[in-house]
Design a protein. Structure first.
Length: 256
């Protein structure tokens, strides 16, 4: 890889415009030492890319599974007679509209005196966002799963189901960008002891040098000393690329 090609590759990654082929080249570069972790603004370019993505909109051809989940959710929220069901359906329609246009509910919640109706509507919007997120995470398209992870960042005070789904994505998704995005989405919840421990355990499950470096950076930022053992195992592994070992050794020195 000549210097010009290498710099163009780094620039595309740091801008968040790297293609799948670029990611393969980056992983190979980290593996053979032609690229160094410090060349890459880990996850920052990806985050900017996610910010530019339009909010996912409900499709006219929405999956039957989503329709069924919404119906179940509606039944759980109702059960007080036909009149209440009709009112809830109207609020669900409003919730979908709010989901499409963005943060409308958040604005009203911040500026209008709280009331039970608004609280119920806000809860319904959150439920719909979660349902859409879970469904999109199962899509074969990596871009759809990226949008699902991005959608999770719009859910304030995410439920255990949301954070569990993000952790599963971090550990199991076959796309590096999706795993990096899931890690970024989990950072606001890293003060939770259970989530922090799950992040530590995730270190040993990662094969991607990019994700390994991103987790090492997070452990250093959190001053998470319990991660030292997991980081040392990476350091001792023959499969860990040399440049990544340098970053991990640096992280361990910060934590000791």
């Amino acid at each position: 890889m000549d210097a010009q090609t290498k710099q163009a590759l780094i620039d595309r990654y740091n801008r968040g415009t790297a293609t799948p082929a670029d990611l393969v080249a980056i992983e190979q570069g980290l593996g053979n030492g032609s690229l160094l972790p410090e060349d890459l603004a880990t996850a920052s370019g990806l985050y900017e890319l996610l910010q530019q993505m339009p909010d996912p909109e409900p499709s006219q051809a929405i999956d039957w599974s989503v329709q069924e989940m919404i119906a179940n959710e509606r039944e759980q929220l109702t059960g007080r007679g036909a009149a209440w069901r009709q009112g809830t359906m109207l609020r669900l329609a409003a919730a979908i509209a709010l989901l499409v246009v963005g943060a409308g509910v958040g604005y009203w919640a911040a500026t209008v005196k709280p009331d039970p109706e608004l609280a119920a509507l806000t809860k319904e919007v959150t439920s719909l966002r979660e349902l859409m997120m879970f469904t999109m995470l199962e899509k074969p398209s990596a871009s759809e799963r990226l949008k699902a992870v991005s959608l999770s960042t719009e859910i304030s005070d995410a439920s255990n189901r949301v954070t569990t789904a993000l952790l599963r994505t971090l550990n199991e998704d076959d796309n590096v960008n999706v795993r990096l995005a899931a890690l970024d989405a989990l950072k606001p919840y890293s003060a939770d002891p259970g989530i922090r421990q799950a992040l530590v355990e995730s270190i040993g499950r990662q094969q991607s040098p990019l994700v390994q470096v991103a987790l090492a950076e997070l452990m250093a930022a959190l001053q998470e000393k319990s991660s030292i053992d997991a980081l040392r195992k990476l350091l001792e592994s023959d499969s860990t690329p040399g440049p990544v070992k340098g970053k991990i050794k640096e992280t361990i020195n910060v934590l000791i």
